[in-house]
Design a protein around this ligand. Structure first.
Ligand SMILES: NC(=O)c1ccc[n+]([C@@H]2O[C@H](COP(=O)([O-])OP(=O)(O)OC[C@H]3O[C@@H](n4cnc5c(N)ncnc54)[C@H](OP(=O)(O)O)[C@@H]3O)[C@@H](O)[C@H]2O)c1
Length: 241
């Protein structure tokens, strides 16, 4: 197994933060992108760029390298109002959110991938809240698509970690400590996390033994900064170990 991490969803949001951190740390990174021109503009020659569209399984077989240590999956539907797929049709959203993960993992399995898939999900999918109802309406079926992708991954036979993130924002990393817990939480504004901090946690989850085949919630705690060691300790004790 190589040290390389593959990132799908690399050209925006959390996946882009994952890529930036990999590049900054000098760790080999592969961005799987459906828009290579955009990826080239973002990463230049600092990462390997390969074409892959998660709704087109035939493109994934070539894109995924079985030697990767981990595959970070942060894909979400783009386009439409706000560029985030709001009010797109339910089936179009499902094809990316759920179908995209299934296509990716099936391609990885066929290629003999033995690393860990780290999947970005959302807190509060199973807890009734007004925010979740609204989100599920503007992004039709999001709750089912997200729950189904998690359940699929757990049964897929690959090694996995699911990170249920709080409400995402673009604020800089390192200004808040992180809370990591096996418990789910309702989708509420008090459970927020910056994409850059989340990216750091997702990368730490690629190899951490305590979160192998585990699902946990992550959101900001008090002001401050977790060192790498503190972050690793939080993952180690997320399930009461
Ligand atoms: N928004 C929240 O508050 C919140 C909270 C918790 C969890 N989440 C979860 O976080 C995830 C989204 O994270 P984000 O907002 O950071 O991501 P994002 O900014 O929406 O980025 C999505 C990425 O997916 C890529 N993508 C879209 N369709 C694709 C396709 N067919 N093939 C390959 N790549 C494709 C996009 O590529 P392009 O650049 O080419 O468009 C982009 O790189 C979702 O799973 C969501 O449920 C969101």
């Amino acid at each position: 197994m190589s040290d390389t991490i593959g990132v799908i969803g690399a050209t925006r949001g959390t996946g882009l933060e994952v890529m930036r951190q990999l590049i900054a740390s000098g760790r080999p990174a592969v961005a799987v992108a459906r828009n290579l021109e955009k990826a080239r503009g973002l990463f230049g020659d600092k990462a390997t760029l390969v074409y892959g569209d998660v709704t087109r399984p035939e493109t994934l077989a070539e894109a995924i390298d079985p030697a990767w240590a981990g595959l970070v999956f942060t894909v979400d539907i783009s386009g439409g109002i706000g560029g985030r797929g709001m009010f797109a049709g339910r089936e179009a959203i499902r094809a990316v959110m759920y179908g995209g993960l299934v296509n990716t993992v099936e391609a990885a399995k066929k290629r003999g991938f033995t690393g860990r898939v780290v999947l970005l999900s959302t807190i509060g999918l199973s807890i009734d809240s007004t925010s979740m109802k609204i989100l599920n309406w503007i992004k039709s079926g999001l709750r089912d698509h997200s729950l189904d992708k998690g359940e699929y991954l757990k049964r897929s036979g690959v090694e996995w970690t699911i990170v249920r993130a709080g409400i995402l924002n673009k604020k800089a990393s390192g200004e808040h400590t992180l809370l990591v817990t096996g418990e789910d939480q309702p989708l509420q504004m008090r459970y927020q996390i910056g994409r850059a901090d989340l990216a750091r946690l997702m990368l730490a989850s690629v190899t951490h033994p305590a979160v192998r085949n585990r699902e946990f919630s992550a959101f900001w705690g008090e002001a401050g900064h977790d060192s790498d060691e503190q972050l690793a300790a939080k993952l180690a004790t997320a399930f009461g170990a």
